[in-house]
Design a protein around this ligand. Sequence first.
Ligand code: SF4
Length: 462
Amino acid sequence: MKVYVLSLGCARTLVDSEGLAGLLARSGHTVTEEIGQAECVVVNTCAFIREAEEESIATILDVADLKRTGKLRRLYVAGCLPQKRRLERKELLKLLPEVDGFLGPGDLRRLPALIERNGHGRFFVTSPVPTLLFESKDPRWRLTSKHFAYLKISEGCDHACTFCSIPQFRGAHRSRTMEDLVEEAKRLVSDGAVELNLVGQDTSYYGADLYGRPRLAELLEKLSRISGIRWIRVLYAHPAHVTDALIQAIRDLPNVVKYVDIPLQHINDALLSAMRRETDGGQIRRLIDRFRREIPGVALRTTFITGFPGETEDQVKELEEFMKEARFERLGIFPYSPEPKTPSERMPGQLSEEIRQERFGRLMRLQQGIAKEINEQWLGREIEVLVDEPVDEPGTVQARDTLQSRVSPSGLSPIYLGRTTADAPEVDGQVFIRSQAPLSAGQLVRARVVDTSEYDLVAEAG
Ligand code: SF4
């Protein structure tokens, strides 16, 4: 069958989707890049918060339309949504009658066999505790551009943040061995990757389960020796496990980018304690200071939650002050979402949706101003850019037309999209590059910044 794998949500799910596509290809199916050509679609879902669940369901319903109007014969739903809703399977089966089968993130290996047997009726397969973690010996069908890749170094999480349901449906923290990761990294490089982005629920805890202590720094050292890797980036590092060795590795290894993605969630002590974040405001401030002092030029990315139960106006102000002091280069804000079966769902002091949204909007506006000022500092300076794609490829222009017209008012110069070391793929800003010479994806070029916006830069190459 012609199969299309549609991956929703974060990079960790994307890696699973690539594993799933690899398994389907190995069992004789043809993976297609055109959803309209597919006889079978697998939607690998995200259910991290209620909004993500709603988006997953809306996407499934859109795809289901293809059963009536297109070539689609089979539709399967995989990943976090069925796992999170495993006890409400009857409702999900009823809500989505077009779906032929559901399976959880721990059961992806079973999909080829389940597709074979699907003539015998719909299925809903989820393990109580998912344990799957793809390894280098598993087939992987790349769904992103070949020049960058995600390397999943661990899965699951041992923390008990009171707002988070992820450990319920992703299971306990488990790491892959360094040898296996080096093996997979070499394969990705020989397949064209020049940038590796290390992902997991809790990357700074990498290795603690296998080796008795966190060993991300050693993993970085081993990966950095692989010839051909230009950029290695660490995503999703928990602040409680950042070690001296990790800071040194990011500072000293030349192909490890000076970028730290460290979700902090808040700065107020009482809220951090209610969230059970295993850090307090003082520790966080000291850590941010250390990053700034010890890794010159580091770009910091974080996420904050606002509207957590009991959050007061003073605590929001404390967060605002901290954002002004720390000046994160990249920052995501989430309005608090009460997730089923999490301790915070039952906490007193739940705030209205209106208050959560108002605080979210206020913090976003504050960050926009900070990000704009940070970007303006780059005007006239030369930067190194990794080229991602020409701008005229489908799907790349979208709402950025205005900026594009500033890059090339005449519309004559070729324009490319790229990123600096401070931009992780898909979540951070981009660089619009004007270049007379043709550029190709994966190429590193020097370019001078000629214009900026809140999130993006405009630059002229060579
Ligand atoms: S560290 Fe906390 S927020 Fe992150 S996945 Fe684990 S429990 Fe959830």
